[in-house]
Design a protein around this ligand. Structure first.
Ligand SMILES: [Zn+2]
Length: 330
C-alpha cells in the first residue's frame, strides 16, 4: 500500500523533519515527532487526580501514539488536511467570518475548498467531542487513542508554519525553513527551551480557544520568515551550513552559529509554543473528562494496553473522520 502513496510537497516537508531528527539522535525536546511525544507525555503531569493516575499509567501509549496521526497520512487520504490550515489563503475578513461549525462551513464553502486549505480548526474540536464521548462510554482504549490524537492536532495548531501555504519557505526562497524551525532549534537548544508547566484548566469553548491559539501562532509568521532572512545576511555564507553524515552520505544542514542567530532573533518563540502546547493539551483532556461527568477510570485497566500493534489495527478499521468537524457525538 505504501508504494501507491504519492507524497505531496507538504508531506515531504514533514518527512524531511522526521528523517532529519532520526539521523541526529534527537533528545526529548526535539520538535517534529519527538516534540509531539514530549508534549503528550508532559501534559499527563499537569492533570488532576484521579484522571492523572489513569493517564500516567498509560503514558507510554499516549507518548508513542502522539505521532500516529502523522503516520496515518501514509494510507489515509483524509488525514493530511486535518493537520494544518493555510490561513493566508483566506482573506482577513473572510477568515474572521469562517463558521465555527463544520456543517455551516461546508454550506458556505465547498468541502473540497475547505479541505484544500486545511481543516485543522474544525477537526480538532471534533476529536475533542469524540474524547468526551469515549469518556462517557467508559471506552478505555478509545480514550487513549483519541486523547493521543487530540494532543497531536493541538500541538500542530501552535506551529506557525502549519498555518500558512508557504509552510517550508518554498514560495519565498527559504526552502527548508520547516526543519530549521521545528528541528534544528530544538536539537541545538532544547535544554534551554524547557519551561515550568502550569496545572490544567477548564476550557469552556474549545473551538473558540483553538482559533485563539491559531491566531496567536499565525501572528508570529512574519518574524519566522524575517529572522531567517536577517540571519542569512548576518552570518557569513561560508558559516551558514555544516556537514553531517547519514549512512554513507555526507549531507549539510544549518550550522550552530546560524541556528543560534535564528533562535536569538525569534526570542524563544519555539520554547513558548512548546510549553503552551503542553498546557493546552492537558486543558483539553481534563475538560473532556469533566464534560463527560468525571467518570471513574480503572488506572490499571487493560493488560494489553501497551500493545501498539492492536491500536494500529483499530486505526486501520476506524474511518470515523470522513467528515470534518460535526458537533454531535461520533
Ligand atoms: Zn501533524
Amino acid at each position: 500500500m505504501l508504494l501507491l502513496f504519492k507524497p505531496s510537497p507538504r508531506w515531504w516537508a514533514f518527512i524531511t523533519v522526521f528523517v532529519g531528527l532520526c539521523g541526529q539522535g534527537f533528545d526529548a525536546y526535539s520538535w517534529g515527532f519527538a516534540a509531539h511525544r514530549y508534549i503528550n507525555e508532559s501534559a499527563v503531569y499537569a492533570l488532576p487526580s484521579p484522571l492523572r493516575e489513569f493517564f500516567e499509567y498509560h503514558r507510554l501509549v499516549l507518548k508513542e501514539r502522539a505521532v500516529s496521526a502523522d503516520q496515518r497520512r501514509a494510507w489515509d487520504p483524509l488525514e493530511a488536511p486535518c493537520h494544518y490550515m493555510d490561513m493566508d489563503r483566506w482573506g482577513d475578513s473572510e477568515r474572521l467570518a469562517l463558521p465555527l461549525h463544520w456543517d455551516s462551513a461546508v454550506q458556505c464553502y465547498s468541502e473540497k475548498l475547505l479541505r484544500s486549505r486545511g481543516i485543522l480548526p474544525w477537526h480538532a474540536p471534533r476529536v475533542y467531542r469524540r474524547l468526551v464521548w469515549a469518556f462517557e462510554q467508559g471506552n478505555h482504549r478509545l480514550i487513549l487513542r483519541t486523547a493521543a490524537d487530540l494532543g497531536h492536532y493541538l500541538a500542530d495548531a501552535h506551529v506557525p508554519l502549519h498555518l500558512c501555504s508557504n509552510y517550508n519557505g518554498q514560495n519565498s526562497g527559504q526552502h527548508g525553513l520547516h526543519a530549521l524551525l521545528e528541528s534544528r532549534i530544538p536539537e541545538y537548544f532544547g535544554d534551554t527551551m524547557a519551561q515550568t508547566l502550569r496545572r490544567a484548566e477548564i476550557v469552556k469553548h474549545p473551538a473558540h480557544q483553538l482559533w485563539q491559539i491559531m491566531n496567536d501562532a499565525y501572528a508570529h509568521l512574519e518574524r519566522v520568515f524575517d529572522c531567517e532572512c536577517q540571519c542569512r545576511s548576518q552570518v557569513p555564507s561560508h558559516e551558514q551550513y555544516a556537514p553531517f553524515r547519514r549512512g554513507n552520505r555526507l549531507l549539510r544542514q544549518e550550522s550552530i552559529p546560524f541556528v543560534l542567530c535564528y533562535h536569538r532573533c525569534l526570542g524563544g518563540l519555539m520554547g513558548r509554543q512548546l510549553a503552551s502546547s503542553v498546557a493546552h493539551v492537558a486543558d483539553w483532556w481534563m475538560s473532556a473528562w469533566v464534560e463527560a461527568g468525571q467518570p471513574m477510570l480503572r488506572a490499571q485497566w487493560g493488560s494489553d494496553a501497551n500493545n501498539m500493534e492492536s491500536f494500529e489495527e483499530e486505526d486501520a478499521e476506524d474511518r470515523w473522520k470522513g467528515g470534518g468537524g460535526e458537533d454531535h457525538d461520533p
